[in-house]
Design a protein around this ligand. Structure first.
Ligand code: PBG
Length: 328
């Protein structure tokens, strides 16, 4: 008797198609970046990031309400201070823009919103580099003290988690030590472990006013020719006490996400950065692609590569797509 060993056509039926999906996404794993700016009564569109806004502290809850309505309850906060100086003092000031933003959100929503803070200096330094300068170069070890101080100030204000994005060596150990010493043993660290020196950050740097005033970030961010180096960075961060490791950007680094997910049991986050978002927006605006379906396809590909968590400016739209059953 001839056996018919062809695979059944499970994909003919949309109900079955959903049942056999290999990649599952939940809104619980989405994180929305949010820019908080010094000043009052500000909700102003960010020209480089269509659909995203700068909020002042007094209006930040409008953004939080919108996120919660769409099913997103995790935020990654970035601060844009009015005052910048060479040591980025507003980054760790008790009344700094992020610290006030955290307190305002926690006052209104308590634990209904999970607050993660970006820990870096480039938005706060007058020179726009991610640390303390010695001449033309960032002094790694001097910067570590500052990163620990910034992290502690965020935790004191009520941050649930800190996310260092500076890429200095040994910063996870320094931050962990700083947090523990101040009684914040329960504040986890999501480390930007494999962060590439990328032109995809362009729209963010416009939004955050954080482009370096001279030089570039190539001495501390990674060269996109390298993958083994990413694994080395990830392993170091894990050894130093990272709780979640991140790969950034996402779409051009799916291979890196995949390899990282294979070498660790820790959750892997991917940051689909400003340039990825801006490209989809621009191509859709030009009538070249369908924004919704490209957004869905891109996000799923990042999870399929091995990410457990996705940081994206599309978090709200994706949460809605998941609740409609289009993805997830
Ligand atoms: C701060 C930081 C950057 C991003 C996140 N944290 C900019 C940079 O490294 O230049 C980029 C995020 C994005 O492009 O969406 N160091």
């Amino acid at each position: 008797m001839d056996m018919d060993i062809r695979p059944r056509r499970l994909r003919y039926n949309s109900v079955i198609r959903k049942m056999v999906r290999e990649t599952r996404i939940s809104p619980d794993s989405l994180i929305l970046p949010l820019f908080i700016k010094d000043g009052n009564n500000i909700k102003s569109p960010i020209s480089s990031l269509d659909g995203q806004y700068h909020y002042s502290v007094d209006r930040v809850c409008e953004a939080v309400d919108k996120a919660l309505e769409s099913g997103v309850n995790k935020l990654l906060l970035f601060g844009i201070p009015d005052h910048k100086d060479c040591e980025g003092s507003q980054a760790f000031a008790e009344d700094g823009v992020v610290q006030r933003g955290i307190r305002e959100i926690k006052r209104q929503y308590g634990d209904d919103v999970y607050i993660i803070t970006d820990v870096c200096m480039c938005e706060y330094t007058s020179h726009g580099h991610c640390g303390i300068l010695d001449g033309q170069y960032v002094n790694n070890d001097k910067t570590l003290e500052y990163l620990a101080k910034i992290s502690v100030s965020h935790a004191k204000a009520g941050a649930d988690m800190v996310a260092p994005s500076d890429m200095m060596d040994a910063r996870i150990a320094a931050i962990r030590h700083g947090l523990d010493q101040c009684g914040f043993e329960n504040v986890p660290i999501m480390s930007y472990a494999a962060k590439y020196s990328s032109s995809f950050y362009g729209p963010f740097r416009d939004a955050a006013g954080s482009a370096p005033s001279f030089g570039d970030r190539k001495s501390y961010q990674m060269d996109y020719h390298n993958k083994k180096e990413a694994l080395k960075e990830v392993k170091l961060d894990i050894a130093e006490g990272a709780d979640i490791v991140m790969v950034k950007p996402a779409l051009s680094y799916l291979d890196v996400i995949n390899e990282v997910s294979k070498i660790t049991d820790l959750p892997v986050a991917a940051y689909s950065v400003s340039g990825e978002y801006a490209m989809i927006k621009a191509a859709a605006k030009a009538g070249l692609i369908d924004e919704y379906s490209v957004m869905c396809e891109s996000a799923v590909s990042i999870y399929r590569a091995g990410a457990d968590i996705l940081i994206t400016y599309y978090a709200e739209e994706l949460a809605k797509a998941i609740s409609k059953g289009d993805i997830g």
